[in-house]
Write a protein that binds this ligand. Structure first.
Ligand SMILES: NC(=O)c1ccc[n+]([C@@H]2O[C@H](COP(=O)([O-])OP(=O)(O)OC[C@H]3O[C@@H](n4cnc5c(N)ncnc54)[C@H](OP(=O)(O)O)[C@@H]3O)[C@@H](O)[C@H]2O)c1
Length: 248
């Protein structure tokens, strides 16, 4: 019997790429997002299952998990990947968007982990991969609310990693840098050419997730050198604030 993985935000970008990579490795994927048609098309290709669900809606997440856990008592993996951008500062962004970014990017992962936890416990040793962001490690003023939602997601990922290790569940934080996807069309950024050359495709993140599952890794970056930015933020927050403040 193949092991079962639930992938949130599987209808495009990183989630779609991760679902393809996991299926190629023999996992049975439950594809979760809001756009039914996109999920169904991918599920037909991958022989996967579809769950239409808004991760910001706690009740909907609990009902979805109940359905999934009735079909599959034990889960081997939860990939918390669903997320939305918030490409402006806290001044320009609509207040509703600021709230929604937090509900999807931070709380969505909390509701999913809570709801799928019984399945992960029955499937142990099992894994959780939280797709966070370099923006969760460096406070980025031009997208302050998004960066704050990713900081919250990162803190929760670290806390649950420490809490669940003794229960046989490995929680991995994966922090991508710029990845060109539908929701985050990074190659269209009006950024210096050097910065645009740092953009990777979603397949690079999917390959990284497989490596983390094979070899372990509590908190990793894609590509790995982005860790420098996180270290700079931790060691010299004043310098980082001055440099990034010029962009803001
Ligand atoms: N691309 C980057 O540069 C980058 C860098 C670092 C981190 N990330 C993170 O990577 C994750 C995936 O983003 P992506 O770049 O692959 O963007 P994407 O192509 O826009 O994918 C986002 C996915 O999340 C789903 N989603 C959004 N809101 C949802 C909700 N309320 N409930 C359920 N699913 C929802 C979307 O599906 P539906 O619209 O069908 O619901 C879609 O499948 C996000 O958490 C993002 O913050 C991205």
């Amino acid at each position: 019997m193949p092991r079962v993985a639930v992938v949130t935000g599987a209808s495009s970008g990183i989630g779609e790429a991760v679902s393809r990579a996991l299926t190629a490795r023999g996992w049975r994927c439950v594809l979760l997002a809001r756009r039914r048609e996109r999920l169904q098309a991918l599920a037909a290709e991958l022989d996967a299952e579809v769950e239409v669900c808004d991760v910001a809606d706690r009740i909907a997440v609990e009902e979805t998990a109940r359905r999934v856990l009735e079909r599959h008592r034990a889960l081997g993996l939860l990939v918390n990947n669903a997320g939305i951008p918030g490409r402006s500062s806290f001044v320009e962004l609509d207040p509703e968007r600021i709230e929604h970014v937090m509900r999807v990017n931070y709380l969505g992962g909390v509701w999913c982990l809570r709801a799928f936890l019984p399945g992960l416990e029955r499937g142990r040793p099992s894994h959780v991969v939280n797709v966070v962001s370099v923006a969760g490690t460096v406070a980025f003023p031009p997208a302050g609310p998004y960066s704050a939602s990713k900081h919250a997601q990162l803190a929760f990922s670290r806390a649950s990693s420490a809490q669940l290790a003794s229960r046989g569940i490995s929680v991995h934080t994966v922090n991508p840098g710029f990845v060109d996807t539908e929701g985050f069309p990074q190659r269209e950024l009006r950024a210096p050419r050097l910065l645009r050359r740092l953009v990777v495709g979603p397949d690079a993140v999917a390959r990284h997730v497989l490596t983390v599952l094979d070899r372990g890794g509590t908190e990793t970056f894609v590509p790995g050198w982005y860790r420098v930015a996180a270290v700079a933020q931790a060691l010299a927050p004043g310098v980082v604030a001055r440099v990034l403040g010029r962009r803001g």
